[in-house]
Design a protein around this ligand. Structure first.
Ligand code: MN
Length: 520
C-alpha cells in the first residue's frame, strides 16, 4: 500500500473514522451546540480515533464555526469536513480547516440509478465529471481527500468501478463505500469490496473504507465483512447514533476486533478503556439515552442476573464473561467522595475520570458538588460526571432555572412557581398542571414562549438507593425539529425542569442556526 496521505497504513491496521459529530449529530434528537461538539471532539481524541468528521461546513455558519474550532483545537486525530461535490462546498470546508494541524476533505455524490436520476437529475457521465472536478478542486487545498459514492450498495458495480477509478486518477486517497440506506448484507458487502479493490484503478494502493447504516441491524456485521475483504477504514459513531436506525457502533466494532483478535488479527488505535466514558458523555450531551441491553455500553451489558451465572462468575469470571467491564472503562460504583472532601480531592478524582477542566469550570463543579454532598451521603463517580456535564452544558444557555417551588399531594391541584433567567432577565410565573411535573413544565413553557410539545419523558436513577439522583430525559418537538434534553437532581421534579430547559436551550440554539441538509 502506498502512503499517500501520511496516515497509518500497516496491513493489519484499521483506521477508525468517527462521524458522531456529523452523521450522528444530524440525526433527530442528537443536536449539539458548538460547545458540546467541542467537548465530544476532545473525548474522541482521548479515545484514540484516527479521524473526526467534525461536521458539514457548508451547512450553516454555526456548522462552519464548529468545524473550524474543532480543527484548530484538536490534537492527534485528522479532522475532516463533509462537502458535496459543489465547488463552493469544498471551498467552505477548506476555508474552515486550513491552517489547522491535521485536516482533510470528504466529498460525496449519489451513485445509484435512483439517486442519480431522482435526487440529482444527472446522467452517469455528469456524475463522474462532477466527482472528478470536486476531487481535483479539493486536492488544491489538501492531499487528504476522501471520496464517497453515496448509496453505493444500490449502484451498478460496473459504474462504481468507473467512477472510483476516475476519482483515484483525480487524486482521492480514501474511497469510502456507504451503505447509505442500510440495505446490504455481509456477503454482498464482502463481494463488493473485493471486487472494487481488484478492479478500481490502483485499487490496491488506496485505502478502502465503509460507512454502514443499521436499518436491518447489520451495520457492524457489514463493517466486519468489509474489513475481511480488505477495507482498512471503518466509519462509525459512539453509541451507534446516526440517521434513522443509526451507523455502525464504534464500541461494538472495536470490541469485536479486540475480543476476537485471534480470528481477525486486526488492530485499531482505540484506547478501549475510554469507551464507556465516551458513551456516557455523548448521552449527557445529546440527551439521547442508550437502551439497557445495548452491547458493550448498555446498563445491562455486564450485569449477571441469573443465579447460575452469578455462581459461575464468582468461581471464574470467564465462565460467562468474554471481555471484562474494566476493558471498556466500566468500574463498579465505588465510594469516592463525601461532604468533607475538598477541592483538591475533587479535582484529582475528575482528572482520573479523564476530564480536563479549567479553574473557573472546576469552581462551578465544586460548588455544585458541595451542595450535592450536603444532601447526599455518598457521591459516586456517576454523580460527579452528571455535575460536570451539567455545568459545562449550561454555558451560553438562553434559559436557566433560578428557583422552582411545587405544591402537590392528595387533595390539592398541583401548582408550580418558577423563576427563570431568560436572556439575562429574571421572569417569574405560576401555573397548574395534572401533576407536579406537568405543572413545572407548563410554567416553564409559558415563560419561555416556546411553541413545542413533549415527545417522551423518562426518569432513571443514576445510582442505587433512595437518596440517588434522578436523571430525567425528555424529547421535545417543534415544527418538525426534534431535540432531547437531560437533567439530574436529587428531586425528580427539579430534574424534570432541568431536562426540559436543556431541550429548550438546544431547540433555541438550533432555531437560530438553521442548516442545509446532507445525507450520506
Ligand atoms: Mn450516513
Amino acid at each position: 500500500m502506498t502512503i499517500k496521505d501520511n496516515m497509518k497504513t500497516e496491513p493489519n491496521f484499521i483506521r477508525i473514522f468517527d462521524t458522531t459529530l456529523r452523521d450522528g449529530e444530524q440525526s433527530p434528537g442528537c443536536t449539539m451546540t458548538g460547545e458540546e461538539k467541542m467537548m465530544m471532539a476532545q473525548q474522541l481524541a482521548r479515545l484514540g480515533v484516527d479521524t473526526i468528521e467534525a461536521g458539514f461546513a457548508a451547512a450553516s455558519p454555526g456548522d462552519f464555526e464548529s468545524v473550524r474550532d474543532i480543527g484548530h483545537t484538536i490534537k492527534g486525530p485528522m479532522v475532516v469536513s463533509l462537502a458535496r461535490t459543489r465547488l463552493d462546498d469544498i471551498d467552505q470546508a477548506a476555508e474552515a480547516l486550513k491552517g489547522s494541524p491535521n485536516w482533510g476533505i470528504h466529498t460525496f455524490i449519489g451513485s445509484s440509478p435512483l439517486h442519480m436520476k431522482h435526487k440529482l437529475n444527472m446522467t452517469p457521465d455528469e456524475v463522474v465529471a462532477a466527482a472528478v472536478k470536486a476531487v481535483e478542486h479539493a486536492r488544491r487545498f489538501t492531499p487528504r481527500v476522501e471520496f464517497s459514492p453515496e448509496d453505493a450498495t444500490r449502484a451498478e458495480p460496473e459504474f462504481l468501478v468507473r467512477l472510483l477509478s476516475e476519482v483515484v486518477r483525480a487524486g482521492a486517497t480514501v474511497l469510502n463505500i456507504p451503505d447509505t440506506v442500510g440495505y446490504t448484507t455481509p456477503r454482498e458487502m464482502n463481494t463488493l469490496i473485493r471486487r472494487l479493490i481488484n478492479e478500481v484503478h490502483q485499487g490496491d494502493q488506496v485505502v478502502f473504507s465503509v460507512h454502514c447504516h443499521n436499518d436491518l441491524g447489520l451495520a457492524v456485521a457489514n463493517s466486519m465483512a468489509a474489513v475481511e475483504a480488505g477495507a482498512r477504514q471503518v466509519e462509525c459513531t459512539v453509541n451507534g447514533i446516526g440517521e434513522r436506525a443509526g451507523n455502525a457502533s464504534l464500541e461494538e466494532f472495536v470490541m469485536v476486533l479486540k475480543t476476537r483478535h485471534q480470528v481477525y488479527g486486526l488492530e485499531t488505535a482505540i484506547r478501549t478503556e475510554h469507551i464507556y466514558q465516551s458513551s456516557r458523555l455523548l448521552t449527557q450531551l445529546t440527551g439521547m439515552a442508550v437502551q439497557a441491553n445495548k452491547a458493550i455500553v448498555g446498563a445491562n451489558a455486564f450485569a449477571h442476573e441469573a443465579g447460575i451465572h452469578q455462581d459461575g462468575m464468582l468461581k471464574n469470571p470467564l465462565t460467562y464473561e468474554i471481555m471484562t467491564p474494566e476493558s471498556v472503562g466500566i468500574k463498579a460504583s465505588n465510594l469516592v467522595l463525601g461532604k468533607h472532601s475538598g477541592r483538591h480531592a475533587l479535582a484529582q478524582r475528575i482528572s482520573q475520570m479523564g476530564y480536563e477542566l479549567g479553574s473557573e469550570e472546576l469552581n462551578r463543579v465544586f460548588n455544585s458538588f458541595k451542595r450535592l454532598a450536603d444532601l447526599k451521603k455518598i457521591v459516586y463517580d456517576e454523580d460527579i460526571e452528571a455535575l460536570i456535564n451539567q455545568n459545562l452544558a449550561a454555558d451560553n444557555a438562553r434559559f436557566s432555572l433560578k428557583s422552582l417551588l411545587v405544591t402537590s399531594g392528595t387533595h390539592t391541584t398541583p401548582t408550580a412557581a418558577v423563576e427563570l433567567e431568560v436572556d439575562g432577565q429574571t421572569i417569574r410565573r405560576e401555573a397548574a398542571g395534572d401533576g407536579p411535573v406537568d405543572a413545572a413544565l407548563n410554567t416553564i413553557k409559558a415563560i419561555t414562549g416556546m411553541d413545542c410539545r413533549l415527545t417522551y419523558y423518562k426518569v432513571n436513577s443514576i445510582t442505587g438507593g433512595t437518596d440517588a439522583q434522578g436523571e430525567v430525559s425528555v424529547g421535545v418537538e417543534s415544527h418538525g425539529m426534534n431535540v432531547s434534553g437531560r437533567g439530574t437532581d436529587l428531586d425528580i421534579v427539579v430534574a424534570s425542569a432541568k431536562a426540559f430547559l436543556n431541550a429548550l436551550n438546544r431547540l433555541a440554539w438550533r432555531q437560530t442556526h438553521p442548516r442545509k441538509s446532507a445525507i450520506l
